[in-house]
Ligand binder design. Structure first.
Ligand SMILES: [Zn+2]
Ligand SMILES: [Zn+2]
Length: 308
């Protein structure tokens, strides 16, 4: 029997949160994705969506009466506000029972731990990062790293160097690969691929397409079950005056679709919706772009995909 492999969106909005009646359908929280494989929970990014996720995880943990630690893995694509803003309000961070493994890129020369600490420091926040009770293992990683779990019952990640460590990976391992994409200012982003039992998901937020398609990302996403790709802008926003968004590090749906088609992905989900775009406009865009790629979805907060 296949292990359950689910992907749930907790935040799908780019740039900043947008509460209000115009975003009730797709959601107004910023980027956060939960990937669950058996007992393993992998969270990507800590936008404001992570707040509700943290509350859910904590509630379930206490309800279960578990005597084991609450062990979670948190991956960062990059450290812009809309991908970190929720971290100071992430309940498991403050629980003494939590073991939190955090991985992400170096930012403007700063190690991940230092940048995260700086984002949660008085006077900006009353509790400094280090005084929170969880046990934290924070590691700056690079594209040469593979993050691996022995299987779906093992919640402790292992870090491998994909060039040096000659480990034979098995289908029963959970394998996280990294692609360093340079299209997002000014430091680039990490795209993550999570694989288990010949199924996979690729999370490519905050990327901008290239002429003739993003070859590196296309290769990385080849035949994946679920490609989640940035599509923040409409063509009008991307090219229109007075502020064309070209070079801002985000895509239009056509760029995501080009990667999706060339990589022959099974499902394509567009995310990082622009904060100025209403539910009504997103629904319109969806019906327009659905014609260009059959298994296309616009990400919605609370939406879950079963990877089978
Ligand atoms: Zn962003
Ligand atoms: Zn960004």
């Amino acid at each position: 029997m296949q292990t359950n492999f689910t992907v749930k969106f907790w935040g799908v909005r780019g740039s900043h949160p947008v509460p209000g009646k115009d975003t009730l359908y797709f959601g107004g929280s910023t980027t956060c994705l939960e990937v669950t494989i058996g007992k393993v929970t992998i969270i990507i990014d800590a936008g404001t969506g992570i707040i509700n996720l943290g509350n859910k995880i904590a509630a379930e943990y206490f309800k279960s009466g578990s005597k084991e630690p609450l062990e979670l893995t948190l991956l960062f694509t990059h450290l812009h506000h809309d991908h970190t803003q929720g971290l100071p309000f992430f309940t498991p961070l403050f629980l003494g029972q939590t073991i939190l493994h955090m991985y992400g890129p170096k930012n403007y020369g700063g190690e991940l731990a230092v940048v995260l600490e700086r984002a949660m420091t008085p006077p900006n926040f009353p509790i400094d990062f280090d005084s929170s009770n969880s046990v934290k293992e924070i590691k700056t990683v690079k594209e040469n790293v593979i993050i691996m779990f022995e299987d779906h019952l093992n919640t402790k990640p292992i870090i491998l160097n994909k060039f040096m460590d000659k480990v034979e990976l098995k289908a029963s391992n959970i394998v996280i690969r990294i692609l360093n994409d340079y299209s997002h200012p000014a430091n680039g982003v990490f795209v993550y691929k999570i694989e288990h039992e010949r199924r996979s998901v690729v999370f490519a937020t905050d990327v901008e397409g290239y002429a003739f398609g993003n070859a590196k990302l296309t290769n990385f996403s080849e035949n994946t079950d679920l490609l989640i790709h940035d599509a923040q802008y409409t063509i009008e926003q991307y090219t229109g005056l007075p502020i064309p968004r070209q070079g801002f590090g985000h895509s239009i749906p056509d760029m995501a679709i080009e990667v999706g088609k060339k990589a022959r992905v099974k499902n394509l989900v567009l995310t990082h919706h622009d904060p100025t775009v209403t539910d009504e406009q997103l629904k319109k865009n969806y019906s327009m772009y659905k014609r260009k790629f059959q298994n296309l979805t616009y990400a919605r907060e609370g939406q879950t995909f079963n990877i089978s």
